[in-house]
Design a protein around this ligand. Structure first.
Ligand SMILES: *Cc1c(COP(=O)(O)O)cnc(C)c1O
Length: 360
C-alpha cells in the first residue's frame, strides 16, 4: 500500500470563499491569486473551481501557460512581470498581462518590435520596498509607458501592502496615502488589496482586489482564523494512526528524546512527517485530530511519522483517520505552533502526498 497521507481539496469551499470575497469586495472585481501552485492546492484544480473569478494573478509566465492550456479565458496578470525581453513575445502568445515594476522592463518594451499593445499594470512601491517604482519615479514611468505604441493605454495601477493584516497599522494607512497621492489625476484601474486588506482596509478597495490566502480559507491576521471571518478551509490534510504503544512513565519519545511520558500512557503513531510537508518545527502540544478528538503532538516530528499523546482519546484504534489540518482544525493554528503562517504549510505539501478533490 502507498502511504495514507492525503490532501483533499474542497472545491465547494473554494467557490464559497470566492463568493464571500465578492461580497466583501463590494463591487470591486476579484483577481484570485494562484501563485505557488494555488498556494499548494493545485493550480489547474483551483482555476477550474474558480470559473467565476474575474482574473487570475500568477507569479510567472509558466503558470499562465498552464492556465491557458486548460482553457482559462479570464485575464491573467503576471505579478512580477517580464523577467527578460523575450518574455514580451510569450506574454502576447498567451495573452498575459505584465506588472511593470522596474525601468529595465520599460526599456525592453521600448526596444521591442512587435507592434501589438501589451496590457500592463504599473506597480508602485508605496512603502513595502520589495518590487515597484518609488513614489517620485512612478508618474514618469507612467508617462513613459503611455508614450509607447506597444503598450495598451489602459494601464492598471497597483501596489502591495507590507502589514495590512494589522487593521490599525500606521504604515498601511501611509501606503494608501502614497498610492492615492502618486496617482492622483491619472486614470486607470486601481488594485491594492491582498486578503488582509480586503478584510480590514475598506479604503484600499479600488477597482480590483487581489486576494490569495482567503481564496483558500487561510488568514494571516494575528489570532484570527479565516473561519472567524466566515471563510472555509479549502484543504484537509489527513492520514491515519498506524500504531498505538503503551509507553512507561519516564520514557522518552522520538529523536533527541525531547518529551518524556509523565505516566504510563498510550502513544499513537501517525503516518505523516516532514517528508509529506508536516512542519518539523511543530512543537509538542500542536493539536492533531484523531478520530475527531483533539490530541497533542509529542516529541520531534520525523520524516515519515509523528507521535501523539492518546490519554484524552482512549477510544482511538489503529487505522483511525487523523486530520493534521483543515476541516475542524485550522491550518493557522498549526502554523502558530510551528512558528510560521498557514500559507507556508499548504505551499509545502510534497509530491508523495496524494491529492484528492471533493465538492464540499
Ligand atoms: C501574494 C500576493 C497577493 C495575495 O496576497 P494574500 O495575502 O495571499 O492575499 C496579492 N498581490 C501580490 C502582488 C502578491 O504577491
Amino acid at each position: 500500500m502507498s502511504r495514507a497521507t492525503s490532501a483533499t481539496i474542497h472545491l465547494g469551499a473554494l467557490r464559497d470563499n470566492l463568493a464571500r470575497l465578492r461580497t466583501r469586495a463590494a463591487g470591486a472585481r476579484v483577481m484570485a491569486v494562484v501563485k505557488a501552485d494555488g498556494y499548494g492546492h493545485g493550480l489547474e484544480r483551483v482555476a477550474r473551481a474558480l470559473a467565476d473569478a474575474d482574473a487570475f494573478g500568477v507569479a510567472c509566465i509558466a503558470d499562465g501557460q498552464r492556465l491557458r492550456a486548460i482553457g482559462v479565458r479570464q485575464r491573467i496578470v503576471v505579478l512580477s512581470g517580464l523577467d527578460e525581453s523575450a518574455d514580451i513575445a510569450e506574454m502576447h502568445r498567451l495573452d498575459l498581462e505584465s506588472a511593470i515594476h522596474h525601468a529595465a522592463q520599460i526599456d525592453w518594451l521600448a526596444a521591442d518590435r512587435d507592434p501589438r499593445p501589451l496590457r500592463v499594470w504599473l506597480k508602485l512601491d508605496s512603502g513595502m520596498h520589495r518590487l515597484g517604482f518609488a513614489a517620485h519615479e512612478a508618474r514618469a514611468a507612467y508617462q513613459r509607458l503611455r508614450s509607447l505604441p506597444n503598450v495598451d493605454p489602459a494601464i492598471g495601477l497597483m501596489t502591495h501592502f507590507a502589514n495590512s493584516d494589522v487593521f490599525d497599522d500606521a504604515q498601511t494607512a501611509t501606503q494608501i496615502d502614497v498610492f492615492e497621492a502618486t496617482f492622483a489625476g491619472i486614470e486607470g484601474e486601481r488594485a491594492l488589496s491582498n486578503s488582509a486588506a480586503v478584510l480590514g482596509w475598506e479604503r484600499a478597495r479600488g477597482d480590483w482586489v487581489r486576494p490569495g490566502g482567503l481564496v483558500y480559507g487561510i488568514s494571516v491576521v494575528e489570532g484570527r482564523t479565516a473561519a472567524d471571518f466566515g471563510f472555509r478551509p479549502a484543504m484537509t490534510f489527513a492520514s491515519k494512526l498506524v500504531a498505538i504503544n503503551r509507553v512507561a512513565r519516564g520514557e522518552a519519545i522520538g529523536y533527541a528524546a525531547t518529551w518524556r511520558c509523565p505516566e504510563d500512557m498510550d502513544v499513537g503513531v501517525v503516518q505523516v512527517g516532514y517528508g509529506d510537508g508536516y512542519p518539523r518545527s511543530a512543537q509538542a502540544g500542536t493539536p492533531v485530530l484523531v478520530g475527531g478528538v483533539r490530541v497533542p503532538l509529542i516529541g520531534r516530528v520525523s520524516m515519515d511519522l509523528v507521535c501523539v499523546d492518546l490519554r484524552s482519546a482512549p477510544q482511538a484504534r489503529i487505522g483511525d483517520r487523523v486530520v493534521l489540518w483543515g476541516e475542524g482544525l485550522p491550518v493557522e493554528e498549526i502554523a502558530d505552533h510551528a512558528g510560521t503562517i498557514g500559507y507556508e504549510l499548504t505551499c509545502g505539501m510534497t509530491r508523495r502526498v496524494r491529492f484528492l478533490e471533493d465538492e464540499t
